[in-house]
Design a protein around this ligand. Structure first.
Ligand SMILES: NC(=O)c1ccc[n+]([C@@H]2O[C@H](COP(=O)([O-])OP(=O)(O)OC[C@H]3O[C@@H](n4cnc5c(N)ncnc54)[C@H](O)[C@@H]3O)[C@@H](O)[C@H]2O)c1
Length: 355
């Protein structure tokens, strides 16, 4: 099993049965163990865990409703009440087995309950493996605002077993691929040149490519855990992307996180180009690569205004300004660039069809 050292914990990559997972669980022999799953990871991933590790046979299984629309306080209350009933205490262990919703919300649940329980993340979606696995961000949404409530809190360990990806739906693989593309765009042209050719529906995601994507993010997180500078680079595509994801959160045509980030990256690459930070050739390459992988966003004046309103509530803003991470080339980026309504409107219209 490969290992990446992060801030206070390690991320282990490879077959779960080959690494230190079993030994770690044994340390909690006399503690209660709770495994959080959602409906899909309950069906697709839980059985493997329970049959492979006999120390988990007496674990409490807690089923969360699947999907971003359930990453909310109402669900948290129910879980905390159940933990109180089970008399879960400081010495007990929470295992989050799922995508980013389960690991974000499970981490938040564990960090708040009785001022903090130990938790292990076992990300089962590509997005949770390459992105949510590192950086200590836990949290939930509030209305249309993504990740509005949360705390920085680290798991005691993360275990990434790419075997879980076999059951992951293709659209979720595309969602995860968007974050890998982002890591290349903001930090490493070689990584972009590798992942831009990946067809998420056909290709297998190797341990190596997953690991490299995590390493890129980890380097940034190690340099700036609390996101005061360098770490803001990871928000590329997310100022616009979060607004798109939030707007459609309760809509029938919900847009997955990574798909929204992919759309956001196209707009923010265009903004980079419009502000003469990124060359036209590199912008054209980004538009072509991402445009071929993710469907465009058809918009009208009302949608543009609504998205801009949501962007005003972005956590990264300061002094009433919308601040964006933009590209200075493929593989390099710059943070805290103010964006005006006129610039946003022009970039959206340049990139996507407008009614
Ligand atoms: N903490 C961070 O740094 C960070 C970084 C990026 C994203 N996120 C958060 O992560 C969330 C998105 O994560 P996500 O895309 O994993 O969403 P998700 O947790 O909703 O998972 C996507 C879907 O795939 C299913 N699934 C997961 N693993 C599966 C498997 N192995 N087999 C079958 N189905 C499986 C889930 O049940 C769900 O339906 C967002 O809430 C986002 O804000 C957090």
């Amino acid at each position: 099993m490969k290992e990446i050292e992060s801030t206070t914990y390690s991320i282990h990559i490879g077959s779960l049965q080959m690494g230190p997972f079993e030994a770690l669980i044994k340390k909690y022999e006399h503690s209660k163990k709770v495994i959080l799953v959602d409906e899909n990871t309950h069906d697709a991933c839980l059985e493997y865990l329970l049959t492979a590790f006999e120390d988990l046979t007496d674990a409490e299984i807690m089923l969360l409703p699947a999907g971003e629309e359930n990453k909310v306080m109402e669900v948290c209350y129910q879980v905390w009440e159940a933990w109180s009933e089970y008399k879960i205490g400081r010495k007990d262990l929470i295992i989050n087995l799922g995508g980013g919703v389960v690991t974000d919300m499970g981490g938040f649940l564990a960090s708040i309950f009785k001022r903090g329980l130990d938790f292990i993340n076992i990300p089962t979606s590509l997005l949770a493996m390459v992105d949510a696995s590192v950086g200590g961000k836990t949290g939930i949404d509030l209305g249309k605002h993504k990740n509005q409530l949360g705390v920085f809190s680290n798991p005691i360990a993360v275990f990434i077993d790419p075997g879980f990806l076999h059951t992951l739906p293709d659209e979720e693989k595309w969602s995860g691929l968007a974050e890998m593309l982002k890591h290349g765009l903001i930090l490493d042209k070689n990584h972009w040149d590798l992942v831009k050719f990946i067809d998420a529906s056909e290709d297998i995601f190797s341990e190596e490519v997953i690991m490299h994507s995590i390493q890129l993010k980890n380097k940034v997180v190690l340099a700036d855990f609390k996101e005061t500078g360098e770490r803001k680079k990871l928000n590329f595509g997310h100022t616009v992307g979060h607004a798109i994801e939030g707007f459609f959160l309760h809509d029938e045509q919900r847009i997955l996180h990574g798909h929204a980030v992919a759309l956001g990256m196209r707009v923010e690459a265009q903004l980079s180009c419009d502000k003469n930070l990124l060359s036209q050739e590199e912008n054209a390459e980004i538009q072509t690569v991402i445009g071929a992988k993710y469907p465009a966003l058809y918009h009208n004046d009302d949608l543009l205004l609504a998205l801009f309103e949501l962007m005003k509530n972005d956590k990264k803003n300061a002094k009433q300004e919308i601040l964006c991470t933009l590209l200075t080339g493929i593989g390099s980026s710059v943070v805290d660039i103010p964006i005006t309504w006129q610039e946003f409107e022009a970039a959206m219209k340049a990139v996507f069809p407008h009614d």
